[in-house]
Design a protein around this ligand. Structure first.
Ligand SMILES: NC(=O)c1ccc[n+]([C@@H]2O[C@H](COP(=O)([O-])OP(=O)(O)OC[C@H]3O[C@@H](n4cnc5c(N)ncnc54)[C@H](O)[C@@H]3O)[C@@H](O)[C@H]2O)c1
Length: 344
């Protein structure tokens, strides 16, 4: 792929919700490297409001109109989940690079189409897995790559909330627009982070369960739909022999919200967040607390996307990683329906 080196990369954003965070972070990048040239949202008022706050010169309400503009190099797809695949395919057809918000798509079939379309167009598809870009994640990855944990054979990860259903009754809790509940919304973040720390082993089989005990009543109070799970659990076997436990919930009777990853390896273990490393040093069990300056994962993620477009190199979080994750999520939902393990 040819890099965009001699002028700023020109970015258009579709969806002004999460798109707001991206345009804000893009403004922190050097002007010589990137420009946010267009913002599209069906809610014109929202788009204009965000565009005027950050000085984005062009506003569209139809993403296909925006994609026709040959002065746009890349787009950020930040719309509800059911639009990720069709908009990414439209963008590749129009010859644009894409960074797509999580979850990649509604299911693995759509995700596979996105990967294939990107390859056919010869364009970049980066998945917006922002947690990889946090300073603690990057530091732990360095420790792992330098062998501090040895072989990681077991990991646990989860994002479980006591009360935290996003947009209860709206698109987030409607299966045909979101694809699923907390598993596909927040589970996807910690699943990606953990698989990446483990070196992206491929999934082999999955056993999963999901429940919806609180959501439907909460949506009934507010009006609207809730036909997704509010808690899901998965046990994932990986092709390097390792096992990964995953849990995600928007509502559950727990003390407080927990977002965690625990890795267990032959030479050491580690927790995030906070970052701690556990080793035997001179035969003594020892906890290590690395010092680091926190950075925003969202800010580093968008800088990485721009940098890789400028260098003409593949990004760190690829469409294939997104597809592997969609395969796991599909298998957890299938296992929930059948009550049996699912081979991938
Ligand atoms: N990475 C993260 O930390 C993170 C955080 C929040 C949301 N997200 C993801 O970002 C995506 C959007 O979530 P959100 O919280 O911003 O939702 P949101 O509902 O706040 O915003 C979505 C926006 O998309 C617009 N939109 C809908 N249909 C459109 C269309 N056809 N064309 C153009 N615009 C359209 C809506 O008008 C709305 O402004 C979701 O996939 C979500 O999972 C990621």
């Amino acid at each position: 792929m040819v890099g965009i080196k001699d002028r700023p990369v020109r970015i258009g954003i579709i969806g002004a919700g999460m798109g707001y965070i991206h345009v804000k972070n893009l403004k922190k990048c050097p002007e010589a490297e990137v420009e946010t040239v267009a913002l599209c949202d069906v809610n014109e008022e929202r788009a204009k409001h965000v565009a005027s706050e950050f000085g984005v010169p062009n506003v569209f309400t139809d993403h296909k109109e925006m994609l026709k503009q040959d002065w746009i190099d890349a787009v950020l797809v930040c719309t509800p989940n059911y639009l990720h695949a069709p908009m990414t395919l439209d963008a590749f057809k129009a010859g644009k690079h894409v960074m797509c918000e999580k979850p990649m798509a509604m299911n693995a079939t759509e995700a596979a189409e996105m990967v294939a379309a990107g390859k056919k167009a010869g364009k970049t598809l980066m998945m917006a897995f922002n947690n990889r870009f946090r300073a603690d994640s990057q530091l732990l990855k360095k420790f792992i790559e330098n062998g501090e944990l040895g072989d990681i054979y077991y990991a646990k990860t989860g994002w479980i909330r006591r009360k935290g259903i996003p947009g209860c009754g709206g698109w987030f809790t409607t299966k045909e627009k979101a694809g699923g509940g907390p598993l596909i919304d927040i589970g996807v973040h910690v699943l990606d982070l953990t698989l990446w720390l483990m070196g992206n082993p491929r999934p082999v089989s999955v056993m999963g369960s999901a429940y919806n005990k609180f959501g439907p009543a909460a949506a009934k109070e507010r009006g609207g739909t809730f036909d997704v799970e509010d808690l899901a659990v998965g046990l994932i076997k990986l092709d390097n022999g390792a096992t990964l436990f995953l849990e995600a919930s928007w509502a559950s009777h727990i003390a407080k919200e927990q977002i965690y990853t625990s890795l267990i390896g032959t030479a050491g273990g580690a927790d995030l967040d906070p970052l701690r490393i556990y080793k035997d040093i001179h035969g003594v069990p020892t906890d290590v607390s690395p010092q680091f300056k926190p950075v925003s994962g969202h800010e580093m993620e968008i800088k990485h996307f721009v940098q890789r477009l400028r260098e003409g190199k593949e990004p760190m979080s690829t469409g294939q990683h997104g597809l592997d994750i969609m395969n796991i999520l599909d298998a957890i939902y299938k296992s929930m329906e059948t009550g049996k393990g699912v081979d991938i």
